[in-house]
Design a protein around this ligand. Structure first.
Ligand code: DX5
Ligand code: ZN
Length: 208
């Protein structure tokens, strides 16, 4: 699957979300940053919920927010594919996993480039998805860090879906060839292009 992030775009948020929703990608990747877990803040929760209410594609929500449960409770009524949180964003990771499981929503944990795969040991059996960050969270348009693919390799035979997020474009997509990656997130490469479908097709082509 390809999920497109609207963090960095030529257009305003509403227009970008509409363009992604109308495109051939599989999921809308929703990056939410609170200005606490990461330096940047990019949403007012009520506004973003309003923008996402009318979308038809499922939402792959990536919370770069401290104490994400507060937001999660407001987001779960949307058309959600899964919700991903960062390990360092709460002292109650297990409680959040439990909450999402009870709601039958896929739960993911994101690992920053400098975070070791062993940090997942206590959670791997309970979660559905691991999002390997191939950039440091906080902004779109950064350079892909290929070393994180070692973590993908480790996860390939585990019972979790694998995503990769950050710096994926037509020049870096080749790094992903041969890995089991279930969800590839691309942001600025698609949203700064003139033709979202062509950009997504170009990524898909490289994977075959
Ligand atoms: C980084 C975000 C990514 C980012 C992807 O903080 O989690 O999802 O928006 O955008 P590109 O593809 O521009 O790195
Ligand atoms: Zn993201």
């Amino acid at each position: 699957m390809i999920a497109v992030s609207f963090l960095k775009s030529k257009y305003d948020r509403q227009t970008t979300i509409k363009l992604i929703d109308d495109s051939i990608c599989e999921l809308i990747h929703v990056d939410l940053m609170d200005g606490i877990y990461v330096d940047t803040k990019n949403f007012i929760i009520e506004e973003i919920i309003e923008d996402l209410k009318s979308t038809t594609k499922l939402l792959d929500i990536h919370l770069m927010c401290q104490e994400p449960l507060l937001y999660i409770k407001q987001l779960i009524n949307l058309n959600v594919w899964g919700i991903t949180i960062h390990l360092g964003s709460s002292k109650n990771i297990s409680e959040i996993i439990e909450f999402l499981k009870n709601k039958h929503i896929k739960v993911g944990i994101a690992l920053n480039p400098n975070e070791n795969i062993n940090l997942l040991n206590n959670y791997l059996e309970q979660i559905d998805y691991v999002l390997i960050m191939s950039v440091y969270p906080g902004k779109g348009g950064q350079n892909f860090i290929p070393e994180v693919l070692d973590k993908v390799k480790y996860l390939e035979n585990k019972n979790v879906l694998i995503g990769i997020d950050g710096g994926i474009n037509k020049d870096t997509i080749h790094y992903l060839k041969g890995y089991r990656i279930d969800n590839i997130i691309s942001g600025s490469y698609v949203c700064l292009s003139d033709d979202y479908n062509k950009a997504i097709e170009d990524l898909k082509k490289e994977l075959n």
